[in-house]
Design a protein around this ligand. Structure first.
Ligand code: ARG
Length: 571
């Protein structure tokens, strides 16, 4: 078992001694900055305030109560000023944990705390017939990682792509297509072409404002089920979706549901009616407004005076439908921070409608990406085509590989894994709420805080293991010798913290914890490898070290997979 049970054991004992709950004790435990201070530290400041005693005195008292106490995990407890430091048994690390990692392999790190619970993740959600923005790229990458992290914690996860496939822009697009559209160009490259039509519409409408009216009429026709409008819309939707799906396949992402905004059209009336019954709706010049003034939020429109419903009306209907369908334990909306107000209003409305599960809906916001490379950021303003970003990443990775390892087989597959990995990790390593400056050189730096650095460490281990296998030496999951070096202990402890990091990432919906962790692990591995020979060490040591590097390989691979990144065997 990893270190989590050790932590839980400490928490249970602390709880028995102090009267705190085990949970409280567990969240109070810290990871000391230096391993000479043990694997976990318990700061006594909190208790000091409660008991009105100096924290040092409490630590001393507790240390006395722990004295002589050991267990399968616990070696000893020491007081250090106001802290209590807990040390894990090396025998546990090398003789139980290490073989366990090798035995569990691909499932090492997973937990079952979410068993029996469903989590919905609403992510990606590009808008059809509008360009796929960088925001959608972030949502896609973060959302995918969250899906995988929740799954690793035992939850049933439903990934939903709430496609933006409804709205007045379709009226504009229909007008533009009927006037200037060419079916062959559309079929050839739908997303770019639809975007060009959209831009063209705005250019033309500047000269001829009546186009705007025409667009409104066409949207109206679409809403009332006009056959021509409907067919065009369906055609645009199908083509765009095909294109998005190609991208998702390339990123290794699949959704459990593609129910988009248009799929709720038949539920909007009932939703508005519900709000009306609850007295939430007032009429204002023919429009329907949900009144949120008394709740510290601006009111919002549910229906315009021309009868059209809004984004939030569709989100309300979708949330209600989803709760009926999935009875979720939690629902995440992975959407940019610019929509914070929208989600505050949405959750407040759900609460006012009497749904107590509104409290389980969470907006997971993120900041913007700025692309440092002018070529990517300036083409037509802020628009960026995800496809081009990904293609460029793979191309750049290929150039680097060509230079570093010209004789590598399967260069294309490796370039793909490295290029895509670089983009994904370049996003996930950041605290999601901050803006990201995306710099190609930085994300592809093989020695930097990057996916290629981690992937390279993984490939290095694969090469050690290949050489060992050639000498008929395979790491075998038997209790290993206690490895003597500090670098070895650091590594095995890091391996033991894997599930704790997954847990934390899920608790805060922050995949960056796992990204950081993997980076640290790869660094620790490289320090170890620099100082401790593996294949040339004496037999007992060699066996233990081979197991250790094999275990590092497993965690690097599992961890990268959780972030949606592949780990090639060679680079
Ligand atoms: N399509 C929306 C946009 O691009 C994002 C939708 C997010 N999900 C939701 N349920 N509102 O802004």
């Amino acid at each position: 078992m990893p270190l989590l049970p050790f932590k839980k054991e400490i928490a249970a004992r602390l709880s028995a001694l102090t009267g705190m709950t085990a949970e409280e004790a567990e969240t109070t435990l810290e990871i000391p900055p230096d391993s000479a201070l043990g694997e976990y530290a318990f700061p006594c400041f909190h208790l000091a305030r409660r008991l009105k005693k100096p924290p040092q005195a409490i630590a001393a008292e507790l240390a006395g109560q722990f004295a002589g106490l050991t267990s399968a995990y616990l070696e000893r407890v020491e007081q250090a000023g106001p802290y209590l430091n807990f040390f894990v048994r090396p025998a546990y690390l090398f003789q139980e944990l290490l073989p366990q990692i090798l035995r569990e392999g691909p499932s090492y790190g997973t937990l079952d705390e979410g068993a029996g619970r469903t989590v919905l993740v609403d992510y990606s959600a590009p808008n059809i017939a509008k360009p796929f923005s960088v925001g959608h790229l972030r949502s896609t990458v973060i959302g995918n990682a969250l899906c995988r992290l929740y799954r690793a914690c035992g939850y049933k996860v439903v990934g939903i792509n709430h496609l933006g496939d409804w709205g007045t822009q379709f009226g504009k697009l229909i007008v533009a297509y009927r006037r200037f559209g060419e079916p062959a160009l559309l079929a050839d490259d739908p997303v770019h072409y639809l975007y060009r039509l959209y831009v063209r519409f705005h250019q033309e409408a500047e000269k001829a404002p009546e186009l705007e009216d025409e667009a409104r009429q066409w949207f109206r026709r679409l809403e009332t089920g006009d056959r021509e409008a409907r067919e065009l819309w369906q055609h645009f939707r199908d083509l765009s979706l095909e294109n998005f799906q190609r991208l998702y396949r390339c990123l290794g992402i699949s959704f459990d549901s593609y129910m988009g905004e248009s799929d709720y059209n038949d539920q909007l009336e009932a939703t508005i009616e519900l709000a009306r019954q609850r007295g939430l709706v007032k009429e204002s010049e023919g429009a329907l407004v949900a009144d949120l003034e008394g709740h510290g939020l601006p009111s919002c429109l549910l229906r315009k005076k021309d009868g059209a419903a809004l984004y939030i009306t569709r989100d309300l209907a979708a949330a209600i439908y989803r709760h009926k369908t999935y009875a979720f334990h939690r629902m995440l909306y992975v959407v940019g921070a610019e929509q914070t107000l929208h989600f505050q209003q949405l959750f407040k409305l759900l609460e006012l409608l009497g749904f107590d599960w509104a409290a389980n809906c969470v907006h997971v916001p993120f900041g913007l990406i700025h692309f440092k490379d002018g070529r990517m950021s300036t083409r037509q303003g802020k628009v960026i085509f995800l496809e081009e970003v990904l293609e460029r990443a793979v191309e750049l990775a290929r150039e680097i590989i060509e230079e570093k390892n010209p004789s590598l087989e399967e260069k294309d597959a490796v370039a793909r894994a490295v290029g895509l990995g670089a983009v994904i990790f370049g996003d996930l390593i950041n605290d999601r709420i901050k803006d990201v400056e995306f710099d190609w050189e930085k994300v592809l730096d093989f020695a930097g805080e990057t996916a290629p650095y981690i992937q390279y460490s993984h490939a290095r281990i694969c090469s050690i293991l290949r050489r060992a296998a050639a000498a008929k030496e395979l790491p075998d999951p038997q209790p290993a010798a206690l490895l003597p070096e500090a670098e070895e202990k650091t590594l095995i402890i890091a391996l033991g913290r894997f599930s704790e990091e997954i847990n934390r990432a899920v608790r805060d919906n922050r995949p960056s914890y796992v990204a950081r962790y993997l980076l640290e692990l790869a660094r620790s591995f490289n320090r170890f490898y620099h100082n401790c020979p593996v294949l040339t060490a004496a037999e007992e040591l060699r066996k233990g070290r081979l197991m250790l590097v094999a275990a590092v390989r497993i965690v690097l691979q599992n961890g990268l997979a959780l972030l949606g990144i592949e780990a090639p065997q060679e680079m």
